[in-house]
Design a protein around this ligand. Structure first.
Ligand SMILES: *Cc1c(COP(=O)(O)O)cnc(C)c1O
Length: 472
């Protein structure tokens, strides 16, 4: 995957579709995602969201998040008959922040969770059990018991997990819709670690393995309470065609089970998430609408109203709406290359730093006042603060010459970048702030998460028990 370098600087056309108009008259100053972002960076400096004592922060564009949630809902409403039950469950791992989950809940989006922590976040956000789906390949008996007691939908990963569910279903009635995850084994995308439908993937019941499909069909016939099938074939790097093939395989299995059962036993198909995101420009492509239309064309029977649907999009809902903003501390020349040492690196952009070929990020330069930086583009490295040579956000990137005090923004970081903090060098988790731009151009921020403090770092590192090892 490569970046469109023409969009890496601050020049270039604004490719965003305009946001919904706020009445007639003058265009809204934050009418495009890019315009909102530029205003937010400027305001972040003016309002002290970023400053000498706060050299890095995450920013989330609330307007953009709402627009994506609405577009997702509209996309599937457009390809299903009225009244078709559709639950869009946001994959919490993409942006595990309670106010984000509540914003999405307000917009009609539920939660897909895969651990006790993620379930607790969804509950803290007020997402009700009937809008929550539990997936995870390693659910403990206690986790299953809690989910069934709450009435949360559960997708079993394998037949051993079904045996655990047998015992729980026998012991107490549950409102939980129960299903099984299948691995359609349709193949992998360009990022191996994110391809969940390869022949040997660890997820789900492998449909093409000898005898596996028959065993699974029998498992459904033996368990009238199993009513769902789930397929999530992969994430970033998966071609749409493979995603569709995975959904098609789940649909065909549902039809087969229902034919064998002689009734509509499987009533809902969970198609997972995995819509890839364009990290090369501001353009959102593919869109949820394109994917929904492709499903309608290729798997029409799934969308004709006979089945309920669950989706589990993560990255495609949030990625474009986040910016990781960091101050340049020093600039230097090394071996003829300009290097800007910043405060954004491996602690937040872990995947980008360790696998830059798979996870390139666009970088935009701003001056110390938060204005788009002007000047001739020269190749520079954007380094992070960690003490290892590979801690680079970008290499040889054409940007206006950077100076201490300038800002760099890593774009499209709203999903999976404010999520999995990596505490290398005991670097703190940065704060995350939501922003919105008013019609007069003023920007309002609201803090979503505070930065981790030094005292918290010490406490989490055994600070309360300094003598723990002395007496051994
Ligand atoms: C990670 C994950 C998702 C979300 O994937 P995205 O690529 O972020 O859309 C959905 N479902 C399951 C089961 C997942 O593991």
């Amino acid at each position: 995957m490569s970046l469109d370098h023409d969009t890496a600087g601050t020049a270039g056309p604004d490719q965003d579709a305009p946001a919904p108009a706020h009445g007639a008259g003058a265009p809204h100053p934050g009418g495009s995602a890019r315009a909102r972002r530029d205003l937010a960076v400027r305001a972040a400096v003016d309002q002290g969201v970023l400053g000498p004592g706060t050299p890095v922060a995450g920013l989330l564009d609330v307007t953009g998040i709402r627009a994506s949630a609405a577009a997702l809902t509209a996309a599937f409403a457009a390809v299903t008959p009225p009244g078709t039950p559709v639950l869009h469950a946001f994959a919490v791992k993409a942006t595990p922040l309670v106010p984000v989950l509540r914003l999405l809940h307000d917009a009609g989006i539920g939660a897909e969770v895969a651990s006790p922590g993620e379930l607790a976040l969804a509950r803290a956000a007020g997402v009700p059990p009937r809008r929550t789906v539990l997936d995870s390949p390693a659910k403990t008996p206690a986790e299953l018991r809690e989910a069934l007691a709450l009435g949360i939908a559960v997708n079993a990963d394998n037949l051993q997990e079904l045996a655990r569910l047998d015992a729980l279903v026998r012991s107490a009635p549950t409102a939980s819709p129960l299903g099984v995850r299948v691995n359609p084994q349709v193949g992998g995308g360009s990022i191996g670690a994110l391809s969940t439908a390869t022949a040997t993937s660890k997820f789900g019941v492998p449909l093409r393995d000898e005898g596996a499909r028959d065993r699974l069909v029998q498992a459904f016939l033996d368990r009238p309470w199993l009513t769902r099938l789930h397929a999530h074939s992969g994430s970033q790097g998966m071609p749409l065609d493979l995603l569709v093939q995975g959904v098609e395989a789940a649909y065909e299995l549902a039809e087969e089970i229902n034919a064998r059962a002689g009734r509509r036993q499987v009533d809902t198909v969970d198609i997972g998430g995995g819509l890839p995101v364009n990290f090369g420009s501001d353009e959102e492509r593919p869109t949820h609408a394109q994917y929904a239309r492709l499903l309608k064309e290729r798997v029409p029977g799934l969308l004709d109203g006979r089945y309920g649907l669950v989706t589990e999009f993560g990255r495609s809902l949030l990625a474009k709406h986040g910016v990781l903003l960091a101050r340049v501390e020093y600039v230097k020349q090394a071996g003829g290359r300009g290097v800007a040492v910043t405060h954004a690196g491996v602690q937040s952009a872990t995947r980008t730093v360790y696998a830059p070929g798979s996870w390139p990020l666009r970088i935009v330069a701003y001056d110390a006042a938060g204005r788009p930086k002007q000047g001739p583009a020269t190749g520079q490295d954007i380094a992070g603060p960690a003490c290892f040579a590979g801690d680079l956000l970008a290499t040889d990137r054409p940007l206006p010459p950077l100076a201490p005090g300038d800002l760099v923004a890593a774009l499209d970081t709203g999903a999976y970048y404010f999520a999995h903090h990596y505490s290398y060098n005991s670097l703190p988790r940065p704060a995350v702030h939501g922003y919105a731009v008013a019609a007069d151009g003023t920007v309002r921020f609201s803090r979503v998460r505070a930065a981790q403090t030094t005292a918290e770092i010490v406490a989490e590192a055994g600070g309360a028990v300094p003598d723990a090892l002395r007496g051994l």
